[in-house]
Design a protein around this ligand. Structure first.
Ligand SMILES: Nc1ncnc2c1ncn2[C@@H]1O[C@H](COP(=O)(O)OP(=O)(O)OP(=O)(O)O)[C@@H](O)[C@H]1O
Ligand SMILES: [Mg+2]
Length: 357
């Protein structure tokens, strides 16, 4: 079953704190690593779909995503931390990024300055080159899968859920692709795979960053033509507009064949020290690091969330301190020779016996 928030994992090493997103097949959580005292992001399966026969396939998908992440290491690719299976559920642990996805920056109406948008796509282009050099295609490059770090300067590619190994030019089955950022060949059940598939995703993402508009889906472009960015926004350079349109050519063979070729079409960046303003409220204020108890000393009934847990610990410490002070006061101020209380009931233990230390 999909775990609920507060669930401890791996013998309390990780505690799930908050659900970030529940997709069709996966759930992403904010979580806490009690060993390193760091926030992490954990992805697992969404089993609300309740199809046991599907479980094995999803588990394999998760394992594949972890394997792919391990193979790709780059500052603009999310850092993989751990993978494990617990109670038959697979879990991927990644660094938590403090930031927001680019769709939340540009939509509904905040197109980025050309220089800034190009800078972002150059960073992601470098990440995709590493993915291609590992023999993989990402296949899901879009603003929702790119996070802008707090600080507004670095972007990071996340979500390797549908990345795949590929052999250049071979015909393989594409699965689960419905995105408007996916080229035509990804909508076809059997089509040639090549690095040009990801070039389309990069160009389509740049289209959105420049125009705050989702591009026309490749499947509709024979009916609804795709307007060139410069036709919709006059201040854009001809170079950037051409780079977008060439990267989004419908036939894979006619597109720039690899990321380097596409990046070479982009105009040079004038200002490298850009900062994208992140609207207030999109990033939660940082929590001050709290001292956490040893995980194995946490009583099971307080293994809920990290904040609840530290509250319980504080209350427990306050109670213990109270008892110690109270005991000390009794010992210190007790009468030297207290008289036994006069009571007709002989079974009551005399107070002096209770005070013996
Ligand atoms: N490492 C991370 N740090 C912070 N937030 C993250 C991280 N990874 C993902 N997120 C957040 O979780 C959301 C969902 O993540 P992701 O895109 O990986 O999953 P998904 O789209 O639901 O997965 P899939 O496409 O595999 O079903 C992202 O949009 C982002 O807001
Ligand atoms: Mg995603």
């Amino acid at each position: 079953m999909t775990p609920s928030f507060g669930t401890p994992l791996q013998n309390n090493k990780y505690i799930l704190q908050e659900e970030i997103k529940r997709g069709i097949s996966g759930v992403t959580y904010k979580a806490f690593n009690t060993a390193t005292k760091q926030e992490v992001t954990i992805k697992t399966l969404n089993l609300a779909i309740g199809q046991d026969s599907y479980l094995e396939e999803l588990r394999k998908k998760s394992f594949d995503e972890a394997r792919r992440l391990v193979r790709c290491s780059h500052p603009n690719i999310i850092r993989f931390r751990d993978f494990f299976i617990e109670e038959e559920m697979p879990y991927i642990v990644m660094d938590a990024i403090r930031g927001v996805t680019l769709d939340r920056i540009v939509f509904p109406n905040n197109p980025l300055p050309e220089d800034v948008a190009v800078n972002c796509m150059r960073q992601i282009g470098e990440a995709v080159k590493v993915i291609h050099a590992s023999g993989l295609l990402h296949r899901d490059i879009r603003p929702e899968n790119i996070m802008l770090r707090e600080g507004g300067q670095q972007v990071v590619l996340i979500d390797f859920g549908i990345a795949r190994e590929f052999k250049a030019g071979s015909v393989q089955t594409h699965t689960h692709i419905t995105s408007d950022y996916a080229p035509l060949e990804q909508h076809l059940p059997r089509a040639k795979r090549s690095q040009a598939t990801d070039v389309y995703g990069l160009a389509a993402t740049l289209y959105t960053l420049l125009l705050a508009k989702v591009p026309v889906s490749a499947t509709l472009r024979d009916r609804i033509p795709l307007s060139a960015p410069r036709d919709l926004r006059e201040d854009l350079s001809p170079e950037v507009s051409v780079a977008v349109m060439k990267g989004m050519i419908l036939e894979a063979e006619d597109r720039p064949s690899n990321v380097d070729e596409w990046l070479a079409m982009l105009p040079p960046i004038q200002n490298k020290n850009f900062i994208i303003d992140i609207p207030e409220g999109l990033i939660e204020p940082e929590q001050s690091p709290e001292i956490d108890p040893e995980p194995d000393r946490i009583p099971s009934e307080v293994k809920t969330s990290n904040s609840n847990l530290s509250q319980y610990i504080k209350i427990a410490l306050a109670l213990i301190a109270g008892f110690v002070i109270f005991d000390y006061a009794i010992i210190k101020f007790r009468p030297k020779n207290p008289q036994p209380e006069q009571t007709p009931n002989s079974e009551i233990v005399p107070i002096q016996t209770q005070f013996k230390v």
